[in-house]
Design a protein around this ligand. Sequence first.
Ligand code: AHR
Length: 653
Amino acid sequence: MGFILSVLLSGSVMAQTKKFQVNANDIKAQIQQNMWGVFFEDINMGADGGIYAELIKNRSFEFYKPLMGWKREGKAYKEGDILVINRQDAKSNNPRFLRVKANSVAKGDFTLTNEGFRGMGLKKDLAYEFSVFYRQLKSGIQLNLELLDGKGNVIGTGKLIPENADGNWHTQKTTLVSSATELKGRFRIAFEGTGEIDLDMISLFPTDTWKKRPGGLRADMVQRLADLKPGFIRFPGGCIVEGHELSTRYQWKKTVGSVEDRQLIVNRWNTEFAHRLTPDYYQTFGLGFYEYFLMAEDIGANALPILNCGMACQFNTAEVVPMEQLDEYVQDALDLVEFANGPVTSKWGKVRSDMGHPASFNLKYLGVGNENWGPQYVERLKVFQKALKSKYPEVKLVFSSGTDPEGERFQYLDKELRNLKVDIIDEHFYRSPKWFLENAKRYDNYDRKGPKIFAGEYAAHSGKTATPDNINNWLTALAEASFLTGAERNADVVQLASYAPLFAHLDGWQWTPDLIWVDNLHTYGTPNYYIQQLYSLNKGTHAVSITSENEVVAGKDGYYASATIDKKTNEIIVKISNYDANSREIELNISGIKKLNNTGKDIYMVSDIDAVNSIPAPLNVSPKERMVKASGKTVKAKLEPYSFHVFKFKATL
Ligand code: AHR
């Protein structure tokens, strides 16, 4: 009897309309207009083979196997006709080049083919710019250039006859047009004639790069970022910053200046996961710090660079630089601020200016350390903090609270960083959807006077990290959306937030899940991407209170909610997540305003919890919009099972 009664009661509770009170006068926080950002790391072929539009893999023959990605073929080719030469100290950043010899070679009898990064994306009617560094020892060889489709058919041709024969290095360019669209194309050089020539920096770029910049970025990938209207871009990592060991840490100074002088290094994600080995993954730094700053500026985001703190990845070697040798690292940080903001008369300001940007990049944030932990980290941070704050007090410093959002490492660092009165603490959480739901109140009791929080890397994981069953489905996105109501409610503390990782190539990934997936020609945003976008595009200017039964809405009966007002556009914005298998009626009662428009929008996402997006169905799980009515200051709506809603009403505030 008791059981039946309780079932009946719970059924009637579920059927009742859930009422929410929004009080626009009860302002909880001012929302940073740059709160929602992106975190870029060269993982999953995010930079080389991804957003950096170079199509030739191993263009300067500096991979550990100098001819990796290249194939020598043809009946006229004999051993020794292509030599890899190492000039070592004479050009230590880019020591290797190819020496090619030909003797009465007919076109097609001696070729060199590049396979690209899991093939090359080629587009019908698009021009591709070929460039090469060469030195003729004996003139007479011409380079016939061919774009190939996946089957080896020629779909574009060009020719380069070297113009200079003075025995010095020169560069020369030409263009080829593709007659077909191909996902996994290749590029072939067919040598012809008699002679001897040295070749280096063999390069092929599409001409439809972002802002049509030669040697630039893939426009479709940058556009995905721009569409998020990100408030900041954190770069270049991630563990990339730390390196497996210190010699492979990210050193920004080696990524600026002429591209051919940027010394490549192995990408630390190449062998991290045994089931996803990527030995051909290198960082050429064609996308270097100047290009990162430029991209940030282009898409209206604040740059948020992270630098090495004198420690390599603690999951790998945990190599540390001795304290007495930390100066070089600290100097790199000081010089970076000068590179970004310094006058053109300063040493590093001049480097920026010479690269094409005399104006300051207006750097406001700088991070030191990524997922470092322990007393060694704190000891080093103190040195950075002192040096940076005394020279650049206006730059906000971001320090990491380690790998996890709880536990011993976290507790220790959180306490130490608060004692140091740091500006911003960078928290990372890769956790189950359940964790996200259970932690929607995480920030409710954070110290309002302490450091601000940067939720710098987060993602709900449906399976084990980096395994194929850990996917970007609607369940994970809805769990993140639910959790983020808590970040928005506490926007006075949580001032920056970014999902991680950002990009993944379908044929070259190491880590899942990721925000945006790409192949050589296409991109798609995951359901998680659209959640980030909904928060970013509908942030409002102030968080205000929203309660149900006099409590914050953070999980009871599967509801999660936050509310903001936008004083610039005069809007009330209410986000509600229905994390439940039933559809339910809700009522929003809005006080603290003079008038509510009688129609508004419900921008919503709903799907099967297992649903995903893909290249053929990129919008399978994505926001839709419908009109919703208000009566006086009350809005009634129906929430579908497992749905997320952004209700937006114009109001007289
Ligand atoms: O986002 C992938 C990796 O996760 C980052 O490089 C690192 O910071 C974290 O462990």
